[in-house]
Design a protein around this ligand. Structure first.
Ligand SMILES: Nc1ncnc2c1ncn2[C@@H]1O[C@H](COP(=O)(O)OP(=O)(O)O)[C@@H](O)[C@H]1O
Ligand SMILES: [Mg+2]
Length: 211
C-alpha cells in the first residue's frame, strides 16, 4: 500500500502544478517506487515525461480517463508514492475523484495576494472533500519566490487568512525549473546546474513526508 498519495491541485493555470508534480515525483522516486498520474486533459506532464530518455530517471505516467479513481487506487497498491497532476479546475469529476483518493493535496500558489485570492475556492473544495476523505491534508506551496524569507507583508496576511496552512518550504523562481522542462528531465537530472532547485525539492519532500 502506498505511503503517500499526493495530488497537486489549483484551479488557476500557470501556478506550477506540473512543475511541482514532476520534480516531486522525481525526488520521491529516489526514495521508493513512484508512479505519476496525469489527470489534466492537456497532458503537459505526459509530454514532459514522453520527451525524457530512458536514463532520465523520471517515473512512469498513467493517463486515466473516467477510471481515474480506480487507476489511483490500483497504483497505490503497487507503489510507495503516487503523484497526481491535476487540471486547472476546482469543480467537476476529476478534482472530486482526486481529492477523494489522496492523502495530501499540495496547492502551488504564486506569492501575490491576488493569486492567493484566485485560489480561495480550493480551500472550500478541500473542506468539502474531507467529508468523504477525513484524513485529507492540504497545504499551500509558495512558488516562484524571489528571495528566501522575503514574502511581502500583504502576502503573509493573506496566507494567514486562508483556511489551508502553508508549507514552510517553497520553490524559488529558478531558470532550472524551465530548463528541466525544455530538456525532458527533472531538476535532479540537470546535475550541478540545478543544485539549488534540488535543494528546494528535497526540503519540500522532507516536509511533505512528515505531514
Ligand atoms: N519555480 C519556478 N521558477 C521558474 N519557472 C517556473 C517555476 N515554476 C514554474 N515555472 C514555469 O512556469 C510555467 C507554468 O508552470 P506549470 O508547472 O506548467 O504550471 P501549471 O501546471 O500550474 O499550469 C512553466 O513555464 C514553468 O516552467
Ligand atoms: Mg499543468
Amino acid at each position: 500500500m502506498a505511503d503517500r498519495i499526493i495530488a497537486v491541485i489549483n484551479q488557476k493555470g500557470g501556478t506550477g502544478k506540473t512543475t511541482l508534480a514532476l520534480n516531486l515525483a522525481a525526488g520521491l522516486a529516489r526514495r521508493g517506487s513512484t508512479h505519476l498520474v496525469d489527470a489534466d486533459p492537456q497532458r503537459s506532464l505526459s509530454q514532459w515525461v514522453g520527451m525524457a530518455s530512458a536514463g532520465a530517471g523520471l517515473p512512469p505516467v498513467a493517463q486515466p480517463g473516467s477510471d481515474l479513481f480506480t487507476t489511483i487506487a490500483q497504483l497505490a497498491r503497487t507503489h510507495r508514492y503516487v503523484v497526481v497532476d491535476c487540471p486547472p479546475a476546482v469543480q467537476g469529476d476529476v478534482v472530486a475523484a482526486v481529492l477523494r483518493s489522496v492523502h495530501v493535496a499540495l496547492i502551488p500558489v504564486l506569492p501575490s495576494p491576488i493569486d492567493l485570492w484566485a485560489s480561495v475556492d480550493m480551500a472550500s473544495a478541500v473542506g468539502e472533500a474531507r467529508r468523504l476523505n477525513p484524513g485529507l491534508r492540504a497545504c499551500l506551496v509558495l512558488n516562484q519566490l524571489e528571495t528566501r524569507n522575503a514574502l511581502a507583508r500583504a502576502m503573509r496576511e493573506a496566507v494567514a487568512e486562508f483556511d489551508v496552512p502553508v508549507l514552510q518550504a517553497g520553490m524559488q523562481r529558478r531558470a532550472a525549473y524551465r530548463s528541466a522542462a525544455v530538456e525532458g528531465v527533472s531538476v535532479y537530472g540537470l546535475g550541478k546546474r540545478a543544485q539549488t532547485a534540488v535543494g528546494d525539492m528535497e526540503t519540500i519532500i522532507e516536509e511533505v513526508l512528515c505531514l
